[in-house]
Design a protein around this ligand. Structure first.
Ligand SMILES: Cc1cc2nc3c(=O)[nH]c(=O)nc-3n(C[C@H](O)[C@H](O)[C@H](O)COP(=O)(O)OP(=O)(O)OC[C@H]3O[C@@H](n4cnc5c(N)ncnc54)[C@H](O)[C@@H]3O)c2cc1C
Length: 425
């Protein structure tokens, strides 16, 4: 038994053995000899998705081996790399990824396997930037899948069920700069009247609220400077003194009340490289505060105000367990298990206090309350739905089950999580 826990500390892996291969060949050998195996990324999930009753394989010791292909506009890299290291290496080559999640510490493979995303009405989830994957199958063989291959759209957001990604190829673009402006105290009435304009007021927008207060506490606007002036700032770069009634913060802010903004990426309109503005937290600092649980649901973007209304109605019930909630947007993609599959989406993220029994009870109520809006839970966070509930919102879950049975016929990568949510239907 290992004594390893996830980042939050709310889950202790039960795997009897942990391996740390430093080459793909070593990894293949371990998998070929295993009855059950699972890859471990940076351990930022809040549930048992990365656990196994067999060989738990930490992928972080395999060297990054980054290769930029300028002609193709791609970078190929070993899959255990985290976004922070990848971003710095890309910036040195004047390249960028289109978007990042709120923290750069997560592994690329673990993030895309769970449908991780950032924000932006035109920005898809992180998996959409993947153009090819190499993976070790249950028999230890290496397979390559590229965009256009039949199984590819099912294989990116794959919950670790199909095999262990060794190499991923990502689409890159020329580097770009971003400025970040935080606005405070957005009146709810303004949000209700201008929701589309507010959510699309910058390249990436996040709203932070507890649903109880009389205003939305913070609006984080991340604007590409190559896109020119906008409703966030004017032609001379001056911040708009009022974004639909919200006013610019005068000091750096942290999304969690009472914490210092110094650990967050640069604000107050100061321009910086994409990788140092698109996440909320700087790579050099420990992200968020660790003492937390997380949940997130994606619903079609046109249902945003309906869900906000329901959550505001439940605010007295939600607020005692909530540290903060983030509302952001994700553009539709074609990855089967992506929470934004074929739906332009708005995501409702919750950072909870670490009282798991109370949070679990609340999640049942919350999911019942928003059920009509088709909420797709984030695979890596806490949720209450069971396999049949997931099948009603994840249109391709059955297809994915068949794909997993074909690519992993011996069930080497199965675990309790997959048995509960994917194979129980
Ligand atoms: C502070 C914090 C902030 C977060 N912010 C965001 C956010 O902004 N947006 C968002 O969408 N999510 C966010 N998350 C959730 C996080 O992105 C996901 O949980 C993500 O899966 C974490 O990646 P990981 O490498 O830690 O995965 P792990 O927990 O290590 O693994 C997750 C899954 O990926 C699989 N996996 C890992 N490596 C491989 C591999 N090489 N091949 C195949 N499968 C693999 C594992 O087997 C497992 O099934 C946040 C989490 C935290 C703790």
């Amino acid at each position: 038994m290992t004594t390893l826990t996830n980042w939050s500390g709310n889950y202790a892996y039960r795997a009897p053995r942990i391996h740390r291969p430093d080459s793909v060949e070593q990894l293949q050998e371990i998998v070929a000899g295993a009855r059950r195996a699972k890859a471990l990324g940076s351990r930022h999930c809040f549930n048992d998705i990365a656990d196994t009753p067999g060989e738990l394989i930490d992928m972080t010791a395999i060297p990054d081996d980054l290769q930029v292909d300028d002609a193709a506009g791609t970078v190929a890299v070993n899959a255990g790399i985290n976004y922070g290291r990848l971003a710095v290496a890309l910036q040195e080559r004047a390249r960028a990824l289109p978007n990042l999640a709120s923290l750069p510490h997560i592994s690329v493979a673990g993030a895309v396997a769970t449908g991780t995303h950032g924000s932006g009405v035109r920005n898809q989830g992180l998996g959409a930037a993947i153009s090819a994957i190499e993976l070790v199958r249950g028999d230890g063989e290496l397979v390559r899948l590229s965009r256009g291959d039949e199984a590819f759209a099912g294989a990116v957001v794959s919950l670790g069920a199909l095999g262990i990604f060794t190499k991923v190829t990502l689409n890159v673009e020329p580097t770009f700069d971003v400025r970040q402006d935080v606005f405070e105290d957005l009146p709810w009435a303004e949000l209700e009247a201008n929701v589309e304009a507010i959510l699309s007021s910058a390249y990436s927008v996040s709203l932070f609220t507890n649903y109880l207060a009389s205003t939305v506490a913070q609006v984080w606007c991340k604007s590409r400077t190559d896109a020119g002036a906008s409703i966030v700032f004017d032609g001379a770069g001056r911040v708009n003194p009022s974004l639909f009634g919200a006013t610019p913060a005068t000091i750096p802010r942290h999304p969690l009340p009472g914490l210092t903004g110094d650990v967050c990426t640069g604000q107050l309109g100061v321009t910086g490289p994409w990788y140092d503005r698109l996440p909320h937290f700087q790579l050099v600092f420990t992200p968020s505060n660790g003492e937390e649980l997380q949940t997130e649901y994606l619903v079609p973007r046109e249902r945003a105000l309906e869900v906000i209304g329901i959550l505001r109605g439940m605010a007295p019930r939600i607020a005692p367990l909530l540290q903060v909630s983030e509302i952001r947007t994700i553009a539709a993609d074609d990855l089967w298990l992506s929470p934004a599959y074929h739906r332009d989406s708005v995501a409702f993220h919750f950072t909870w206090v670490r009282d798991q029994p109370a949070v679990t009870e609340l999640l049942h109520e919350l999911e019942t309350a928003i059920a009509d809006c088709g909420p797709r839970p984030h695979w890596g966070k806490l949720f209450a739905a069971d396999a049949s509930g997931l099948e009603t919102v994840y249109d391709r879950l059955r297809d994915f089950r068949r794909l997993a049975e074909t690519l992993d016929p011996q069930g080497v990568f199965r675990n309790d999580y997959l048995d509960r949510y994917v194979f129980a239907g």
